[in-house]
Design a protein around this ligand. Structure first.
Ligand SMILES: NC(=O)C1=CN([C@@H]2O[C@H](COP(=O)(O)OP(=O)(O)OC[C@H]3O[C@@H](n4cnc5c(N)ncnc54)[C@H](OP(=O)(O)O)[C@@H]3O)[C@@H](O)[C@H]2O)C=CC1
Ligand SMILES: O=C(CO)COP(=O)(O)O
Length: 331
């Protein structure tokens, strides 16, 4: 366990950051939730509710809300809950405030589009004096914030640290498993979002549950191939951050990625399909595909999502391309 006298800080006061801060607060451990907007932070501190991102959930009294990033300097660990494409900018802005050796736990699920880097690599580049870790798994913010039960995975290269952080974040409703396969955990979280978009498309286009199940299986196979090529462990992908989150996000339009795909399947143009919500897979698809090509891994489901998001193909063309690929052994 980390130093209990020091709070755990959460950078990013959106739905996931707020839910995580609340989960920590519900354990009677001090959490500091950092919103980049001072006015919003003040209002949230007073009303105890994040009306924009997590309406209807009251914050634990152990959660302090602030816009003052200097709170990071005294944190035992920092949870990074900003969107993947904003991670580099957010980290650059606070790097000087982070004491050497502080665990920076990435809670975002994505790959940086411009560089193809995973989030822990972005941490290493921007805050080299910190220790990167990753948290991922089946966990809708709303469920976690309301104390509904789930389990997630936390990985760090240092297994002892991963175990201590998992202990810090675990509660009777949030079971945090630990490990050292950082790459495996971050691939699971980033790639499931792309697969969730594909499943949403199939649902929106009303292709039936058999098609969705087949897509999950083939999509998961390509994610696992990709993970192996990047020296991640296949069994990590079979765990909470891979299979677990795939089951969650590919079967419910409570997932914003699934809902984005569903809108595409219904014929909504890409620009409107997210309804103003974050759909990480739309940004990650091109980066995942590029990394797959570099590693020599065929990723037809990811390719279809990337082409759809770039509006190079229609939904029907994407489906036809997937269904008319040369037949091959299943493995
Ligand atoms: N929501 C969920 O159920 C889960 C989400 N995640 C992952 O967590 C990450 C964040 O998602 P989520 O919380 O849902 O997203 P939201 O859209 O709900 O919130 C994003 C938050 O990040 C803030 N933000 C954006 N850029 C910066 C920046 N440069 N510096 C500081 N804060 C910034 C936003 O502030 P502003 O309002 O000012 O733009 C907002 O508070 C994603 O990668 C997602 O995949 C993981 C598990 C569950
Ligand atoms: O990652 C999540 C659940 O584990 C949240 O999924 P969405 O970002 O698709 O809403």
């Amino acid at each position: 366990m980390t130093d209990l006298d020091r709070p755990i800080a959460v950078l990013g006061a959106g739905s996931w950051g707020t839910a995580l801060a609340n989960a920590i607060g519900q354990k009677d451990r001090a959490a500091v939730l950092i919103d980049r907007d001072a006015e919003r932070a003040r209002t949230m501190a007073q009303t105890r509710e994040n009306t924009r991102y997590l309406p209807g959930v009251m914050l634990s009294p152990h959660v302090e809300v602030t816009a003052d990033q200097s709170a990071l300097s005294s944190a035992a660990a920092i949870l990074l809950a900003v969107p993947a494409q904003q991670m580099r900018g957010a980290l650059r802005a606070v790097a000087a405030l982070v004491p050497p050796g502080t665990p920076l736990i990435v809670c975002a699920k994505g790959i940086e589009r411009d560089t193809g880097l995973f989030m822990t690599d972005v941490v290493t580049e921007t805050v080299p004096h910190a220790i990167p870790a990753i948290l991922s798994g089946p966990s809708f913010a709303d469920d976690v914030a309301r104390g509904l039960p789930t389990a997630v995975s936390l990985a760090s290269a240092d297994l002892t640290l991963a175990a201590a952080l998992a202990q810090d974040l675990s509660s009777p409703s949030l079971r945090v498993y630990h490990g050292d396969d950082v790459r495996g955990v971050e691939i699971g979280g980033a790639a499931k979002n792309v697969l969730a978009i594909a499943c949403g498309v199939v649902y929106g286009r009303k292709l039936g549950e058999s098609a969705r199940a087949a897509l999950v299986a083939r999509g998961f196979a390509e994610i696992t191939r990709f993970a192996r090529a990047l020296d991640a462990r296949a069994e990590t992908l079979m765990g909470l951050s891979g299979l677990g989150d795939t089951v969650l996000s590919c079967g419910s339009n409570q997932s914003r990625n699934f809902a984005f795909g569903e809108a595409l399947g219904l014929g909504v143009p890409v620009a409107q399909a997210s309804g103003g919500k974050l759909a990480e897979g739309a940004f990650t698809a091109s980066a995942l595909l590029a990394r797959g090509r570099k590693a020599g891994v065929e990723m037809p489901v990811c390719e279809a999502v990337e082409a759809l998001v770039a509006e190079r193909v229609t939904v029907d063309q994407a489906i036809e391309a997937l269904m008319t690929r040369p037949l091959k052994p299943e493995a």
